[in-house]
Design a protein around this ligand. Structure first.
Ligand SMILES: Cc1cc2nc3c(=O)[nH]c(=O)nc-3n(C[C@H](O)[C@H](O)[C@H](O)COP(=O)(O)O)c2cc1C
Length: 207
């Protein structure tokens, strides 16, 4: 295979971003609900998201600065309260998920704006999204600044310890998640998304 060597020290931040979101695919989407210290809810999607560890059970989301250099509302709320909820995005939630990514002013709760239903969590203050088949209540485990905290492209990596996972009965089967019922949506580059394609099994090799 003939390759191009793209030296990131020679590329601009937008060029690097485009390559990353095209190369690191498909990305799951964390639909993150938070609440401010004053009690105002917030909801936004994040695809720089993954599982981190199972003991302690941790996940991560990476929250970039706004183009103005300001912190996003999700990050402000997480820093204020130390907690958040990750709601999984299924096929039936794509439209409201996309709507919730608009830059609503601080203090506007996207949950109500996009027609989703807020229900109380058990261990954290932030509400969870009733329509999501999986909701994970988290507390901050670590917060790590990546970059200078001002430039576009610099981010805050939030590692959350999962305290409680709510799973819809329809997607739960004897300790496992039914992927056919979960119908997850993944983020690709630009405004592209993908549904689950062909699923196949591959046994681990034995040596
Ligand atoms: C599918 C999708 C994935 C996104 N992933 C991220 C991400 O990983 N990190 C990020 O900073 N913004 C991401 N965004 C943009 C945020 O959702 C957007 O900036 C939002 O307005 C932040 O809301 P907030 O200010 O209420 O926290 C994503 C948007 C969409 C639609």
């Amino acid at each position: 295979m003939k390759t191009l060597a793209l030296d990131f020290s020679q590329l601009s931040q937008p060029e690097i971003y485009k390559l990353l979101i095209g190369a690191i695919v498909p990305r799951p989407i964390a639909f993150v609900s938070t609440v401010s210290a004053e009690g105002v809810g917030n909801l936004a999607p994040f695809s720089f998201f993954n599982a981190v560890s199972s003991y302690p059970p941790c996940l991560m989301i990476s929250i970039a600065r706004k183009s103005t250099g300001e912190k996003k509302d999700t990050l402000k709320n997480i820093e204020e309260t130390g907690t958040f909820v990750v709601n999984c995005v299924s096929e039936w939630m794509v439209e409201p998920m996309n709507q919730a990514s608009a830059d609503y002013p601080y203090g506007v709760d996207e949950m109500a704006q996009v027609g989703l239903t807020a229900i109380p969590s058990v261990k954290v203050k932030a509400s969870r999204v009733k329509e999501a088949a999986i909701q994970m209540e988290c507390e901050v485990y670590r917060i790590l600044e990546i970059g200078d905290g001002l430039s576009v492209g610099s981010t805050t990596l939030v590692v959350g310890r999962i305290l409680l996972m709510h799973v819809a009965e329809a997607v739960y089967d004897q300790g496992k998640i039914r992927i056919d019922a979960l119908k997850p949506i993944a983020r690709l580059a630009g405004s592209s998304y993908s549904k689950l394609g062909e699923v196949f099994d591959l046994a681990r090799p034995k040596i």
